[in-house]
Design a protein around this ligand. Sequence first.
Ligand code: ATP
Ligand code: MG
Length: 291
Amino acid sequence: MQRIVVLNPKGGSGKTTIAINLASYLASRGHNPVLMDYDPQGSSTRWVKKRLPNQAPIHVIAAFEKDGRTTRAFQLRVPGEATHVIVDTPAALEPRHLPEMTRDADKVIVPVLPSDIDINACSNCVRDLLLVAKIKRDENRLGVIANRIRRNTLIYQALIRFLHTLGVPIVATLRDSQNYVRAAQLSVGVHEMKSYVVQEDVEQWLPLTQWLETPRRPHVPGSHGTSPTSTSATAPSGAASTDAAAAAAPGPAPPSIPAGVPELPVAATEMSRVDSENDVESTQPLPAIAV
Ligand SMILES: Nc1ncnc2c1ncn2[C@@H]1O[C@H](COP(=O)(O)OP(=O)(O)OP(=O)(O)O)[C@@H](O)[C@H]1O
Ligand SMILES: [Mg+2]
């Protein structure tokens, strides 16, 4: 069973959209996904509960609910036949909760929007995942999704350049599309909609689903995994798939960054410092999660 955590404390970055579409993708391919909803807004839970009996089944666990009649372990138990657990996390998740939330995760996906505020929040989130949650880049379990992208905008290019400095692979680039809004209303994912309507959106999921199939790797002390320049930033359709491949076998194909792209909110030197600190194992006990 694979555990996939979708996480970014910045509200509205697309966590729920990605979690439900991933569940829909897996269910429509015959897998048995479970959506674990930690967000008190309960959007994922509502989306599952509105699905019709003839749609591919998705099991949901409303992890945000506190049920005093049963134990927490009982409330969060995953059915034995589950193939994937997709964890939808809430906005404003505090850094101290990150270790518990990501400890057993095979993959951690951070969606980020193309805006100055979101870029800044994403840099804090990735820093906390590296330093607080102690995720190592070379483990191949951390990936970023550039979400609600409009190509040929300066802010899109700034986002891609910023993601380069993080040294975390861009595992998908999803366009800003009303198909996601319609799909959410209909309690389906884009993979369950008419293919001629959603073809472009569905194609953009391919690099993500390929990356999800690549295994976690053991951390090699002293290695920082994917280098800050080993993610691809240019070719729109091929970029993310190159990134997924780079995540599976880091090293080749340093990308070119378009000329005139604005300066970055996080300097590469800062991320090198994060790398050094990331190599120090924490001796602190992990806090209990209370979301
Ligand atoms: N690629 C996309 N194209 C168009 N709209 C999108 C896209 N991704 C997300 N949205 C829309 O953006 C809004 C916020 O998305 P979503 O609820 O998934 O974010 P979130 O990170 O889960 O928010 P929160 O932090 O509040 O839980 C929703 O209205 C959703 O339909
Ligand atoms: Mg949400």
